[in-house]
Write a protein that binds this ligand. Structure first.
Ligand code: 3PG
Length: 403
């Protein structure tokens, strides 16, 4: 990015892909971490006199405008935080965007409406995506450049991430740069013990990363909804808890391979079971091998790790020199089932080792539970992107810049 700024950007239209995919409650941004993380690059460019066109997505609309996926709340929050003028165009590449871009002044930013309101953004067809990319590029006049600063989206081969970079002089934004530097430390010359905490609902989302961590991580602590598939793989009944039956053999294979690879899986010994999935559900703590023995019987749903497990996990975390955490330990959105996630966040905050929190949900969890960003080594803005980086996959948004 500094290279681009040194070349001179005053008066030029610079297309910046940012990650403004923030959680909303109605029109309120509930975690503005990604917006704050996007600001430095936008400020650098506007300070240098660029006319910045920001592209971003929010949620997963189906290729057509939908009010609930408008970038309005994110753009408003960005405007509040920014020291430069920020406006939102009513469409992405239509007449509104063209008119707003034409009247943009040096040092101002225009957020184009959700790129996923265009089906061509995510199309599998190169020509379709290319045509949309051409329209984005056209907004930059003849002298534009592209900056990819949306680390959270680098794993997507989408028009605003990938195809525009094949059409404009392209640069890596500072956020992408920092994220890659940090994640590299988790894949090479990692300081050990290296403890990985995995949670979240589905084990099927984590298979590739687990595969890649066997032999690299010393310990993998398993929590969240996915823990029940691990318990089932060990032959325990899990009542009505989340279970991916088809993944049981896969998990059994991992448990076996982990032993040979020198990676230890630590699976909960106690869980918090509720009678229903609700904030005010009655609940009790039971041993992980006795879930059906709770007073809810076969109706019981595990919604958090238990206190013994939280203590055992915390001990491992505090003894680590590197910790990567992805995925909440329980349904932290309900206070009654937030204790496990809170304990893990606390343990990360207290460890002397280098800690990385990855994933939109985990980042939102630590912030909504009252922790501040500076209590952790790094809070990644990437969810799927950070996992795919750790899986060792090619990330189209990064490799296109290398080219
Ligand atoms: C994320 O939330 O991980 C990124 O913004 C990417 O969103 P997506 O999974 O909808 O592509």
């Amino acid at each position: 990015l500094n290279e681009l700024i040194a070349e001179g950007v005053r008066g030029r239209y610079i297309l910046v892909r940012s990650d403004l995919n923030v959680p909303l409650d109605g029109s309120t941004v509930t975690d503005d971490g990604r917006i704050k993380a996007s600001l430095p690059v936008l400020s650098k460019l506007t300070d240098a006199g660029a006319r910045v066109l920001v592209t971003a997505h929010l949620g997963r609309p189906k290729g057509a405008p939908e009010d609930k996926y408008s970038l309005r709340p994110a753009a408003d929050r960005l405007a509040e935080l920014a020291g430069f003028k920020v406006t939102l165009a009513a469409d992405t590449v239509g007449d509104a965007a063209k008119a707003a871009a034409a009247s943009l002044q040096d040092g101002e930013a225009l957020v184009l409406e959700n790129v996923r309101f265009e089906a061509r953004e995510t199309s599998k067809d190169d020509a379709e995506r290319g045509a949309f990319a051409d329209e984005l590029v056209a907004l930059t006049g003849g002298n534009g450049a592209y900056v990819d600063d949306a680390f959270g989206a680098v794993h997507r081969k989408h028009a605003s991430v990938y195809d525009v970079a094949t059409r404009l002089p392209s640069y890596q934004g500072d956020l992408v740069h920092t994220e890659v530097e940090v994640l590299r430390k988790l894949t090479a010359d990692t300081q050990r013990p290296y403890v990985v905490v995995l949670g979240g609902s589905k084990v099927s989302d984590k298979l590739a990363v687990i595969d890649n961590l066997l032999g690299k991580a010393d310990t993998i602590l398993v929590g969240g909804g996915m823990l029940f598939t691990f318990l089932a793989a060990r032959g325990h009944k899990v009542a009505s808890s989340l279970l991916e039956k088809d993944q049981i053999p896969v998990v059994q294979d991992y448990l076996k391979r982990a032993e040979d690879a020198g990676t230890e899986f630590v699976v909960p010994t106690d869980v918090v079971v509720a009678g229903k999935f609700a904030a005010d559900a009655k609940h009790e703590t039971v041993a992980a091998d006795a879930i059906e023995g709770s007073s809810f019987g076969a109706q019981g749903i595990g919604l958090d790790i238990g206190p013994d497990t939280a203590a055992a996990f915390s001990e491992r975390i505090k003894g680590a020199r590197t910790v990567f955490w992805n995925g909440p330990m329980g349904v932290f959105e309900f206070e009654a089932f937030a204790a496990g996630t809170r304990s893990i966040a606390q343990a990360l905050a207290e460890t002397d080792g280098f800690t990385v929190v990855g994933g939109g949900d985990s980042a939102a969890a630590v912030r909504t539970l009252g922790f501040s960003d500076d209590q952790f080594g790094h809070i990644s803005t990437g969810g799927g992107a950070s996992l795919e980086y750790l899986e060792g996959k090619d990330l189209p948004g990064l490799s296109v810049l290398d080219r």
